[in-house]
Design a binder for this molecule. Structure first.
Ligand code: ADP
Length: 326
């Protein structure tokens, strides 16, 4: 690898709170180490469209507290093709960019792996997704903020559920990973949590709700991950209502509000740490690695290993605890 002079940073895939603190860290660490730094707009699409801007310290002023991403993000079908990546690499060369930090999820890492296997380019991936489903890091950027947002919403739902003696089905994000559902369920005291990784039968759910009735519970909240195998909160509510009508039943889909909002202190600090570590890794000559947090230590993982290991392992101990404590 020849010595790098100019680093670019992009955000790709689903946006997540904490991406902005990470962009700021990449830019300022890069400048501090004497590199030029560029920002690529709209993820891989901006690389193909040559939508690349030079960044200075001021470009990232006052963004620590902002949700979303100032570099914008996109899903780019053309980057999946060899021709698209060729165009993208030619634009990097045109802009004298020899190293890249990509903040995103599994898809973003796959694109990064492809690009760096085809061209001479130093690359580091930073896990940014609210789903917390990437191998190589205990936490991904945005997960903590999204979980806090869900908890705040459920607390509010609990107030009205208690007042009216209602059963609420609250659908939260998580198509393949129930991480948000599980953590929010524990923190908000949900009576039941339905996860994509685990089949919960309607009979099992009704038994849990009946347990609550036996304990004189005045309301119940069931968290349903959007990827739950029973088919989402409306479907589950309909099936439960057919046989269980102790409470008045309501459904709330939290939807995209879970993605937004000012990053929590945890996500701000994680963004700073990961962005800083990504540039330090490039300086040390590392490439084709992802940055992660393991037991409060920043670690690097081979990007291929991170992609192969992509599978959220259900935390059975937390699930067991949630059912006992609810
Ligand atoms: P995330 O990074 O959050 O998982 P996506 O799955 O949408 O989000 O991926 C983000 C982008 O990464 C895609 O729009 C595409 O440009 C790129 N990408 C995803 N999969 C591949 C692939 N197999 N080959 C090349 N690029 C890919």
């Amino acid at each position: 690898m020849s010595e790098i002079k100019k680093i670019a940073v992009l955000t790709s895939g689903g946006d997540a709170p904490g991406m902005n603190p990470c962009i700021r860290a990449v830019v300022r660490t890069g400048l501090h180490l004497g590199y030029e730094v560029a920002g690529i707009m709209h993820g891989y699409q901006g690389m193909i469209d040559n939508n690349i801007v030079d960044m200075n310290s001021h470009s990232v002023s006052n963004i620590l507290q902002l949700g979303g991403t100032i570099l914008k993000t996109a899903r780019c079908a053309d980057f999946r093709n060899v021709e698209g990546r060729k165009l993208a690499f030619e634009n990097l060369k045109k802009n004298n960019i020899d190293a890249l930090v990509a903040i995103g999820g599994d898809g973003t890492f796959t694109g990064l792996e492809r690009l760096s296997s085809e061209y001479d380019l130093q690359v580091i991936g930073v896990p940014g997704t609210i789903d917390n489903d990437l191998y190589g890091s205990d936490y991904t950027l945005g997960f903590d903020t999204a979980t806090n947002t869900v908890i705040e919403a459920i607390d509010k739902i609990r107030d009205t559920a208690e007042s009216h003696a209602r059963l609420f089905f609250v659908e939260v994000m998580g198509r393949d990973a129930g991480c948000i559902a599980l953590r929010a369920g524990i923190a908000a005291g949900a009576e039941a949590i339905m996860l994509p990784e685990r089949d919960t039968s309607i009979e099992e759910l009704i038994a849990t709700l009946n347990d609550g009735v036996a304990k004189n519970k005045n309301s119940a909240i069931v968290i349903v991950s959007e990827g739950d195998k029973s088919g989402g909160a409306f479907n589950v509510a309909k099936r439960v209502k057919e046989v269980f009508n102790f409470y008045d039943t309501k459904v709330t889909i939290l939807g995209h509000l879970q993605r937004g909002g000012s990053p929590s202190s945890f996500d701000r600090i994680l963004g700073c740490r990961m962005g800083f570590a990504a540039v330090k890794a490039l300086q040390a000559g590392e490439s084709r690695k992802t940055v992660g947090l393991r037991g409060n230590k920043i670690v690097l993982t081979d990007i291929e290993e991170a992609l192969k290991g992509h599978e959220f392992k259900l935390e059975e101990d937390l699930l067991e605890m949630s059912t006992i404590l609810a």
